[in-house]
Design a binder for this molecule. Structure first.
Ligand code: IMP
Ligand code: MG
Length: 176
């Protein structure tokens, strides 16, 4: 069933079960790769809050989580300006940091933000993105964990919004 949000129509693209299965798989990989370590998860708000929470629940290793807020989007278009509105208060020095992003589109947000994180000298730095739009990505980024590679079409649901709406959907929907 298509749904309407603001002026756009969206069709279901990824089911709740598909998302949950993939999130669990990523968590299991992290559990293996970080055995004996204590990674610091940094979730980028707002979009990644559901992914971060579900992923975090499946982590069985010793771990910590912290949240920061960055934004470069307004409506369906990137404004190109990355704004940090909630700062980085966790101590990163010597930590194994894993960044959690909802989606990497142009890659600009993370590309601009990574040097700021590296200034804090974490022991290691990896990126987990639930969604990646490879055709749209223009900034060189290495994504260590990717949930789904998707076409360059706007999506909502599972934390992702269209002008504030659609975040509460359990599935991911693609614009028609
Ligand atoms: P980037 O800087 O172009 O990679 O965009 C990254 C941010 O834009 C993501 O963290 C999202 O918050 C937002 N974004 C990009 N594509 C979409 C989309 O299809 N739906 C909703 N938000 C998106
Ligand atoms: Mg985001």
């Amino acid at each position: 069933m298509p749904i309407k949000v603001h002026d756009k129509t969206f069709d279901i693209y990824l089911s709740e079960a598909e998302i949950q299965q993939r999130v669990k798989e990523i968590a299991e990989t992290i559990n293996k790769e970080y055995q004996g370590k204590r990674p610091l998860i940094i979730a980028i708000l707002n979009g990644s809050f559901m992914f971060a929470a579900d992923l975090f629940k499946h982590l069985t290793i010793d771990t910590e989580i912290s949240f920061i807020k960055l934004a470069s989007y307004k409506g369906m278009k990137s404004t190109g300006n990355v704004v940090t509105s909630i700062g980085l208060d966790a101590e990163l020095y010597g930590k194994d940091v894993i960044i959690i992003e909802d989606i990497v589109d142009t890659g600009k947000t993370l590309y601009n933000f990574l040097p700021k994180l590296k200034d804090h000298h974490p022991a290691s730095l990896k990126i987990a993105a639930l969604l990646h739009k490879p055709e749209a990505t223009k900034f060189p980024l290495t994504l260590d964990y990717v949930g789904f590679s998707i076409p360059d079409k706007f999506v909502i649901g599972y934390g992702l919004d269209y002008d504030g709406r659609g975040r509460n959907l359990k599935e991911i929907y693609q614009v028609v």
